[in-house]
Design a binder for this molecule. Structure first.
Ligand SMILES: [Zn+2]
Length: 122
């Protein structure tokens, strides 16, 4: 806790660590006053929500206290998705190249088929 009752945390607007104070959730537009919330599609993931206000830019936002294993899972998933994205882009690039090569090969084969010599050696 800071001297003004705030806690140092990452402010999404300042994009750096700032002192933020806790504020009631209902002061943040669009949020119901209940603090605990869980996803009905993932009942094993639940957390404690808290309204926050940055004392540098006065931006209000909501933080969630969650079991750390879910943060680790999120990081692993983010890393895995990044790898999949990288490999997909590589695959798409190579597929385009393979497709172009195949088109050239088909064209060459067409020319070769038109030659009498090709038919004789067939
Ligand atoms: Zn801020």
């Amino acid at each position: 806790m800071g001297k003004d009752g705030g806690t140092k945390m990452h402010c999404p607007k300042c994009k750096k660590i700032c002192v933020c104070r806790a504020i009631p959730l209902n002061e943040i537009v669009g949020y119901k006053p209940d603090q605990r919330w869980y996803r009905t599609d993932h009942p094993d993931i639940n957390w404690f929500r808290r309204g926050r206000q940055c004392l540098t830019c006065y931006e209000s936002f909501v933080t969630s206290e969650v079991n750390e294993k879910f943060i680790n899972e999120l990081v692993e998933l983010r890393n895995a998705l990044s790898e999949i994205k990288k490999h997909s882009e590589q695959y798409i690039g190579e597929s385009k190249q393979a497709s172009m090569t195949l088109e050239k090969l088909a064209k060459s084969l067409g020319v070769l088929r038109a030659l009498k010599f090709y038919k004789e050696t067939d």
